[in-house]
Design a protein around this ligand. Structure first.
Ligand code: SF4
Length: 242
């Protein structure tokens, strides 16, 4: 993202929407935000996580394992793990060293094994082996932060939460949808500006858009369905630099 230099005469293009029409916390108007999500929905009407899971517990473990790892790498490990152990009790029975054998291909697997075992013990002791549908209870589990809790609440329990990861952070800032200096500011901004009808699926649409189109190093602006709405000043063009 480029910012105007202090003291330069750079003229920054004004957003097309009139300030009145703009949504508080966004550079886009409410009509533009609606259009942005309508287009993402048209491309992918039923988005979901790329992590493979069949129960809230499987999703919770997969998300813990996915920190600083790819979904593909996590899926490879859980495809071997879950047929053997997919409940807190069964993973506790494997033990930390037993669990490590299945997840050793994933980065930070020692710490993750420790966290998963400690989480399983709490789930068994305090929640009858179930995953609690409660933010505070989820965030109190070892290895579970706000982002993981948001993913589980949204994807396993259908709540309208938005888990801001590096992709959503980038897309929200580049487009002007919900600019913010840190992930919490972006999350709060998105919760304010995303229309209710798009709220549940917004985080999947934005993650997938950031992962495959609005990529960190070189966004694929020529192929982007929201390029006319996006406020990013350094959009790429076909065959060359912006
Ligand atoms: S136009 Fe470019 S910068 Fe804007 S959302 Fe699309 S890919 Fe990202």
């Amino acid at each position: 993202m480029s910012a105007p230099r202090k003291g330069s005469n750079t003229i920054v293009a004004k957003p097309k929407a009139s300030p009145k029409a703009r949504v508080r916390g966004s550079l886009l108007s409410s009509a533009e935000i609606h259009e942005l999500f309508s287009r993402l929905r048209e491309l992918n009407p039923h988005p979901t996580t790329e992590l493979e899971y069949t129960t809230p517990f499987e999703l919770l473990v997969a998300v813990i394992l996915s920190a600083q790892a790819t979904d593909v790498g996590v899926n490879k490990a859980t495809r071997r793990l879950y047929p053997v152990a997919n409940t807190p009790q069964a993973i506790l029975a494997l033990g930390e060293n037993g669990l490590k054998k299945y997840i050793a291909t994933i980065g930070l697997f020692n710490a993750k094994a420790r966290n998963v075992i400690a989480t399983c013990a709490i789930l068994v002791d305090a929640y009858g082996g179930q995953v609690p549908r409660d933010r505070a209870a989820l965030e109190a589990l070892p290895g579970v932060g706000r982002k993981t809790a948001n993913v589980v609440l949204n994807t396993a329990f259908g709540e309208a939460t938005i888990a801001v990861d590096t992709h959503i952070f980038r897309v929200a800032n580049r487009t002007g949808l919900a600019p913010g200096k840190d992930v919490r500011a972006v999350e709060d901004g998105l919760l304010k500006v995303v229309p209710a009808e798009f709220m549940h699926d917004a985080h999947h649409w934005l993650i997938l858009h950031g992962r495959y189109v609005c990529k960190a190093r070189r966004p694929d602006c020529p192929q982007c369905v929201i390029r006319d709405i996006c406020r990013f000043p350094d959009k790429t063009v076909a065959g060359g630099k912006p």
